[in-house]
Write a protein that binds this ligand. Structure first.
Ligand code: RDL
Ligand code: RDL
Ligand code: RDL
Length: 152
């Protein structure tokens, strides 16, 4: 299976590296095509190219929206673009965003970025290889990078 991984230089942690490591540790026979762009607004077209020009069956788009109001606007625009790219190609692009203001301390932000990237990588493998396993988790309050909220 061909999997696209697209990350940014803006991010303050190597989210793509963590995702690729997690994918490779949990599956064999993966061909991973990795592209890096400057920032999250560049992810939609890079992801679409991974699907259309590199024949990826699914893509992870990883990035870090900054803490300012303009960064949040930027994240919303990037997200809208990623959804549009998915609809245009009928292909999943897992959006893995870690907002810089989700944690105050650098070491906690680093841990969150690493854990969220790895957990979304495992989500990808579940979606592609063991969808029944994912179905078992329906309604379970799953989260990525932090504690699960859990079921009611
Ligand atoms: O196309 C070049 C840039 O416009 C693009 O890379 C943007 O995504 C860069 N960028 C911003 O311009 C901005 O105001 C980013 C952020 N905020 C941000 O919070 N996170 C990013 N990029 O990854
Ligand atoms: O593509 C992978 C994820 O980006 C996607 O599954 C999102 O819908 C996950 N998600 C968030 O990233 C978020 O910030 C969700 C929420 N909030 C939310 O409130 N409810 C969700 N997903 O179901
Ligand atoms: O329940 C607490 C958090 O899950 C909630 O604050 C989310 O909005 C945090 N979050 C993001 O901001 C985001 O951009 C999440 C994701 N992406 C995500 O992919 N998965 C999450 N939270 O569990």
């Amino acid at each position: 299976m061909r999997i696209g991984v697209c990350d940014t230089t803006f991010a303050r942690f190597d989210m793509g590296g963590a995702a690729i490591d997690e994918l490779k540790s949990n599956a064999t026979d993966l061909k991973i095509i990795h592209k890096t762009v400057p920032g999250i607004k560049d992810l939609p077209v890079a992801s679409k190219k991974l699907i259309e020009e590199e024949d990826c069956e699914i893509v992870m788009a990883l990035g870090m929206p900054g803490p300012m109001e303009k960064d949040k606007m930027c994240a919303h625009e990037a997200s809208t673009g990623l959804i549009r790219a998915q609809l245009m190609t009928n292909t999943h692009i897992l959006e893995v965003f870690v907002h810089e203001d989700e944690e105050e301390k650098d070491d906690l932000l680093k841990e969150l970025a690493e854990n969220r990237s790895r957990e979304h990588a495992r989500n990808l493998l579940k979606m592609m290889f063991t969808p029944k396993q994912m179905q078992k988790e329906a309604g379970m309050g799953m989260r990525e990078g932090k504690e699960d909220a859990g079921p009611l």
